[in-house]
Design a protein around this ligand. Structure first.
Ligand SMILES: [Zn+2]
Length: 77
């Protein structure tokens, strides 16, 4: 069984800064530094969002520009 409580993001769709957690996965803002972990990369590193974007990412209605960079569940391999 895999842990599916976290969103998985497609690293190829993220900038280097986003992959390192240096910029918000939603709005690319680097300052203030994103602090809210909203998901992870397939490799296990955390993906972060700023306080403004995090609520949208954890809610039922994830903005389309975010779902575009997420790995759909069940699409592993
Ligand atoms: Zn943001």
């Amino acid at each position: 069984m895999s842990r599916t409580d976290e969103l998985t993001f497609d690293p190829s769709a993220l900038s280097a800064a986003q992959q390192k957690g240096d910029s918000c996965v939603a709005c690319h803002k680097k300052w203030p530094r994103p602090r809210v972990r909203v998901g992870c990369l397939p490799g296990g590193s955390g993906v972060f969002a700023c306080a403004d974007c995090a609520p949208a990412l954890s809610g039922p209605l994830v903005p389309e520009h975010i779902t575009a960079v997420m790995v759909p569940e069940g699409a592993s391999r």
